[in-house]
Design a protein around this ligand. Structure first.
Ligand SMILES: C[S@@+](CC[C@H](N)C(=O)[O-])C[C@H]1O[C@@H](n2cnc3c(N)ncnc32)[C@H](O)[C@@H]1O
Length: 454
């Protein structure tokens, strides 16, 4: 039995009345676990044919599934190949509500570790732009690794404070997700530390910060743009009341109705300061009403505002010899050489998504699709390039079965004896890319990144 904070119990009993007993009982049940199929890498039906897990659909997310306790999907080669992301089922509702369309510009302002960003990227299907931002440097690194693992090409990962991003991206995005840092009451079952860190003071602090973040997001949204606000907490101060205050300060915004699935409950008007009726359009996902740990979500629309400014960005010309090495690699080992706006960060070569904003002065971890490193007189392809390729896009492919000794050796970083064509080979598991290897006379030199090895 989880030891819930006393102040939390008193407060929730007062707010919920008899319903509190149902909430409390839910803390005695096991946590709910889910995974979301990454449709950038594999079709849902194709995954279901090869999945070794016991899966059951999550009703509000087409690609979302519950898995069972013994499944351990985090320890499977398919995980390293980015075929899915392990995500708490109620968190999957945010992407579904934001509903990004291919070609749109989307910002995920509080993005690490990347559950919702990788969902958004899958929905964009490689078209348009995703800016995934995380304020904490260490968490931003994990976000960037997850963007890489999921094979995302059109994502820029930044490590910024929202006010600094605001200066660059005024009225810029079609859609924004603010999955705000919160007191984490929906994490109590999953993470006992969330219980220990909880306090009434922290709830109040979170509410102030959430409003500040929302204010920045509001300025970055285009007129007619859509903003989804979400938290994984239940406190009215961080949910209905933050939005009530925001709507009061931003007359250009209104709440819009969201699709309702079984178990989704409306926002609680009686918990707002001024009985603001429109807040019933928000959604509450309670752990005692559906199979999920719990979330609060709302969709806001910006009715009017300034139009975005167009800025022409000048990219530095790249060294011709280095680029020749890149194009030689592409001709020899890829069916089609990736083209676009190239930029170089140190030795690293990236293909920049269409952005029309200069990234100068921003802390950028990943300025787009990482293609590889430009070494002295040779090009070395990146792990990100491997993971973003379909097997038919590479000239030489070696695919191992998911249950083979070879795939385990590969993930451990070992050298493998195997037949194939000498040179760079795209290594796959069951036909899905997982990394690079270089074959020389039937010996495969392992290029699986050292930091990821099992
Ligand atoms: C709920 S988590 C995000 C989870 C993420 N959206 C996902 O689905 O994986 C909130 C994030 O906001 C970040 N954060 C904390 N303070 C912030 C601030 N002042 N501005 C923006 N983000 C902040 C936290 O570091 C944390 O990673």
């Amino acid at each position: 039995m989880i030891q819930l904070p006393e102040d939390f119990i008193t407060k929730m009993k007062r707010l919920m009345g008899e319903e509190y007993e149902e909430l409390e009982a839910s803390y005695n049940e096991g946590k709910v676990q889910g995974l979301r199929i990454n449709t950038l890498k594999i079709d849902k039906d194709d995954f279901l044919k090869i999945s070794p897990f016991h899966l059951e659909s999550v009703s509000w997310c087409i690609e979302g599934f519950y898995y069972q306790e013994g499944d351990r999907p985090g320890k499977h080669p398919f995980h390293e190949a980015g075929l899915y992301y392990i995500q708490e089922p109620s968190a999957m509702a945010a992407g579904a509500l934001l509903d990004p369309q291919p070609g749109e510009r989307v910002l995920d302002l509080c993005a690490a570790p990347g559950g919702k960003s990788t969902h958004i990227a899958a929905m964009l299907q490689g078209e348009g732009l995703l800016v995934s931002n995380e304020i904490h440097p260490a968490r931003a690194k994990i976000l960037s690794q997850n963007v890489e693992r999921m094979g995302i090409r059109n994502c820029i990962v930044t490590n910024e404070e929202p006010p600094r991003l605001k200066q660059k991206f005024l009225s810029y995005f079609d859609k924004i997700l603010v999955d705000a840092p919160c007191s984490g009451e929906g994490m109590f079952r999953k993470d006992p530390e969330a219980c220990q860190e909880w306090s009434l003071e922290n709830v109040a602090l979170c509410a102030v910060r959430q409003l500040e973040i929302l204010n920045c997001a509001a300025a970055m949204l285009k007129p007619q743009g859509k903003l989804v606000y979400s938290t994984c907490t239940f406190s009215p101060e961080e949910n209905e009341r933050v939005l009530e205050q925001f709507l009061c300060e931003h007359k250009e915004f209104s709440l819009i109705e969201a699709s309702i699935f079984e178990g989704f409950k409306p926002g609680r008007v009686e918990w707002t300061t001024h009985r603001t009726r429109t807040l019933q359009k928000a959604l509450r996902l309670w752990p005692h009403r559906l199979r999920g740990e719990g979330h609060f979500l709302a969709i806001l629309k910006k009715e009017d505002g300034d139009l975005p400014k167009k800025v022409k960005t000048k990219l530095k010309p790249l060294d011709k010899n280095s680029m020749k090495d890149y194009f030689d690699f592409g001709k020899n080992y890829l069916k089609e050489v990736p083209q676009g706006d190239f930029i170089q960060f140190g030795e690293n070569l990236y293909c920049l998504p269409e952005i029309e904003v200069s990234l100068e002065q921003l802390r950028v971890l990943r300025p787009g699709w990482h293609l590889g490193t430009l070494k002295k007189s040779r090009f070395e392809p990146s792990h990100a390039l491997a993971l973003s390729l379909k097997s038919f896009e590479a000239q030489n492919v070696i695919s191992f079965s998911a249950v083979s000794e070879e795939i385990l050796s590969y993930l451990k970083g070992e050298t493998i004896e195997t037949s194939g064509i000498d040179g760079w080979n795209l290594i796959c598991v069951e036909g899905y890319s997982i990394g690079w290897g270089k074959l020389v006379q039937s010996v495969l030199k392992n290029h699986y990144p050292k930091g990821l090895r099992w």
